[in-house]
Design a protein around this ligand. Structure first.
Ligand SMILES: O=P(O)(O)OC[C@H]1O[C@H](O[C@H]2O[C@H](CO)[C@@H](O)[C@H](O)[C@H]2O)[C@H](O)[C@@H](O)[C@@H]1O
Ligand SMILES: O=c1ccn([C@@H]2O[C@H](COP(=O)(O)OP(=O)(O)O)[C@@H](O)[C@H]2O)c(=O)[nH]1
Length: 474
């Protein structure tokens, strides 16, 4: 790629779609990055001839732009201290818990904030340097909330969109943030700010009114300009989705169907396989799920041999204290439940602390009778949508937390409040005994709903709104 290549369309996110890793032979190579942001944006970028600006997942790594698996990537380097202060610190120990209902207490440190600002500036400069005149730049997520305003200052010709993949909290929580004004100002640099849920967009508009007193009339916010007049910023919900077709196609492949059969056989062909798939994150409600499952075992409502819970808990943010603690808690609970209930031949919980490739995920979805998504708070939760996309057999039951963004659309799931352990147990049992007819009718309705909003619909709707807003502003 020539050095100063310019692009008309740029996606900017903390993570690139691939992480730089060292393989077993000691050779550097790339591996798919974790999390739903990459799952959703990868097909969007394949369709567009743009560039993806982001971090390669390792400290102190200066890499030239390149094309990996058909996507132009422009790596931004972070020092080890920046990984600690900007990524693990401000992004994942301040903003992440604050924006997820303070499930874990957020930590506020001024040096983390300074690092967040410096790294946001670097992302803004890296994007400005490769943007063609009047290009569209789409900034992603809470790690980069200052980038829109920084970019607007550097390049007023650009059309700037922002999408927040996690919730935006109510003002009573948001207002704890010492840098609450600066973050809102950063976001208001965008022409369109997208959120997962209508409630998130409402919370953001309220924060703008409370902090700055700007006039808002949903979905528009009037931002006064220095020399008089105003700019209009659109703040609106655009629920993210997945490439439904590609998940379904994968789930129809004979070798994946065979792998699903093999998984069931390896688990001893139980009557009911329950499945949880999450990054090992305190927002995902894994502990609540295990508590409910343990009580069902204890009361004899379910028995080992007849039922098993497969829990994929993929490694995440492993140097952040709250995540280390969570891992200890979860693994202690799993150990106890297996110790109390497993037999030589049958486990109670198959606990897997790994990140699996997509093919294996799809086989697991096909093998699972009941999918448990019990997040305490989650921007969207693409796992719930992937389960539905894969069930072309119109079978399987989705138990879904009402605190996951996906619950706004997937109303034919069994919706639960994961804090209500009795209610959760009842829903899990309802899923176990649900008649085939009801499973089929619920799954058909879920699949219809999912097809109405796949990831290409999401990105086109957002980008059309962005184009319209920018046209009005010119
Ligand atoms: O990059 P990491 O720190 O390893 O974390 C992985 C990603 O987690 C979060 O995902 C969110 O985006 C999903 C897609 O919109 C959504 O379904 C989910 O509810 C969110 O939690 C995070 O927002 C991403 O930035 C991370 O890359
Ligand atoms: O071992 C794993 C665990 C998860 N995932 C994928 O990671 C994404 C998780 O996205 P979600 O929106 O559910 O949550 P996030 O991790 O982004 O908070 C989904 O595409 C999963 O299929 C995966 O590929 N391998």
């Amino acid at each position: 790629m020539p050095k100063n290549q310019e692009y008309d369309f740029i996606v900017v996110s903390n993570r690139l779609p691939v992480d730089r890793i060292i393989d077993v032979d000691g050779e550097p190579t790339w591996r798919r990055s974790p999390g739903g942001l990459v799952t959703a944006l990868e097909p969007v970028m394949r369709e567009a001839d743009g560039a993806w600006v982001g971090w390669a997942g390792k400290a102190d790594l200066e890499l030239p732009p390149s094309t990996e698996d058909g996507i132009h990537i422009v790596p931004v380097a972070l020092s080890a201290l920046e990984v600690e202060h900007y990524y693990e610190g401000f992004s994942n120990d301040t903003l992440w818990p604050l924006y997820h209902d303070v499930i874990s207490p957020p930590a506020f440190h001024r040096e983390w904030w300074e690092s967040y600002r410096a790294v946001n500036r670097r992302f803004a400069e890296a994007s400005a340097a490769i943007a063609a005149p009047n290009a569209t730049v789409w900034v992603q997520d809470y790690q980069l909330q200052l980038v829109p305003a920084m970019l607007r200052e550097l390049r007023p010709d650009l059309t700037i969109g922002f999408f927040n993949h996690i919730p935006f909290p109510p003002y009573g929580i948001y207002s704890q943030l010492p840098w609450r004004r600066q973050i809102v100002e950063g976001l208001l640099g965008a022409d369109v700010i997208g959120f997962q849920r209508v409630a998130d967009a409402g919370n953001f508009s309220r924060a703008v009114r409370r902090l700055f007193g700007y006039a808002t009339k949903s979905p528009e916010i009037r931002v006064p300009l220095e020399g008089g007049g105003h700019r209009t910023v659109v703040a609106k919900a655009f629920p993210i989705s997945i490439d439904v077709e590609s998940f379904e196609q994968m789930a129809r492949r004979p070798e994946i169907i065979e792998r699903a059969r093999q998984i069931r056989e390896d688990l001893g062909n139980p009557t009911t396989i329950m499945l949880g798939v999450d990054r090992l994150d305190y927002t995902k409600g894994i502990g609540h799920r295990l508590k409910a499952y343990g009580e069902l075992l204890s009361s004899g409502s379910i028995t080992v041999g007849d039922s098993i819970l497969v829990q994929v808990a993929s490694p995440s943010r492993e140097r952040v204290e709250a995540y280390m603690q969570l891992r200890d808690e979860i693994e202690l609970t799993v150990g106890r439940l297996n110790g109390d209930y497993a037999t030589i031949s049958h486990g109670a919980i198959a606990y897997l602390h790994h990140g699996y490739p997509r093919e294996e995920m799809v086989a697991l979805y096909l093998a699972a009778d009941v999918m448990l998504v019990t997040a305490l708070r989650d921007g969207m939760n693409l796992v719930a949508k992937e389960y539905v996309a894969c069930r072309h057999d119109e079978d399987g039951v989705l138990v879904l937390s009402e605190f996951a963004g996906a619950a706004d659309e997937l109303k034919n799931a069994l919706l639960v409040n994961p804090h209500d352990i009795e209610g959760l147990k009842e829903s899990m049992m309802q899923a176990v005994v649900m008649p085939k007819r009801e499973r089929g009718s619920r799954m058909r309705a879920l699949r219809r709903r999912l097809r109405d909003n796949d990831v290409s619909h999401w990105s086109h709707t957002f980008l059309e709104t962005l184009e319209g807003a920018a046209r009005k502003a010119r």
